[in-house]
Design a protein. Sequence first.
Length: 267
Amino acid sequence: MLGKLIKYEFKATGRLLLPVYGALLLMGGVVNLGLTLQGKLPVLKFAQGVLIFAYVALMVAAFALSFFVVISRFYKNLICDEGYLMFTLPVKAGTHLLAKTVVSTVWSVGTCLVAVGSLLLMGVGHGIISKLPDALRMADAAMKGELGMGMSELLLWTIFTVLVSLVVTNLMCYLSISIGQFGRGHRILTSVGAYLVLNVVIQSISTVALLIACLFTGLDFFGDVPLGQMAGFLRMVFALSIGLNVLFGSCFYVGSNFILSRKLNLE
């Protein structure tokens, strides 16, 4: 049943997001064409500026829409009137929650990949792509010299941390919306308040955990980290961030599942 829910979610959200992704990729190609023609027709310089502005606006809209669509789907499907229909299905609340988490994470990653693809498409034919390998090698050598960590390792840590953070952010939004349904007549306002409180809590816990970790490792959190210890410090920060996010995400999932299973109020 989980697979059917995921398929249904992808169909419902894809109708809105896929056209935006296509438009973003198309705009990348249009900007690329404008850059090519600009050298031959100087009169197009103003038009190119307008195109770049439109491209940036579309990029921002794509990220905002991908977040808004998955959050609004959760609210409308499980908290509003549609919840009466969704919870008549022979599916546990945790399965609904898991399906929406998987879909929201995939769309978040997809938005990032489409954005990168559109940037690469915009740079094709202008020497940017061909210079990229050399630039990456130079950056890798510089990072190894300064941080003691290669760019590939840093990139892997960053990607994995961001991926886990995306999942946790979506789960925190789901828990906030689940809590918000207790605010009769002010559900959205209560959800926003719950999100802000949860955000303050996890930021406070993360800061305290980092201070404790620095205390045990002998690193000065408020001072300059020696270059020889920078790689170890970064690995500790990434590992701590991932561990805390897994803990937070688990708590958010359990909390949302409990509310949707035991305390849901659709009135």
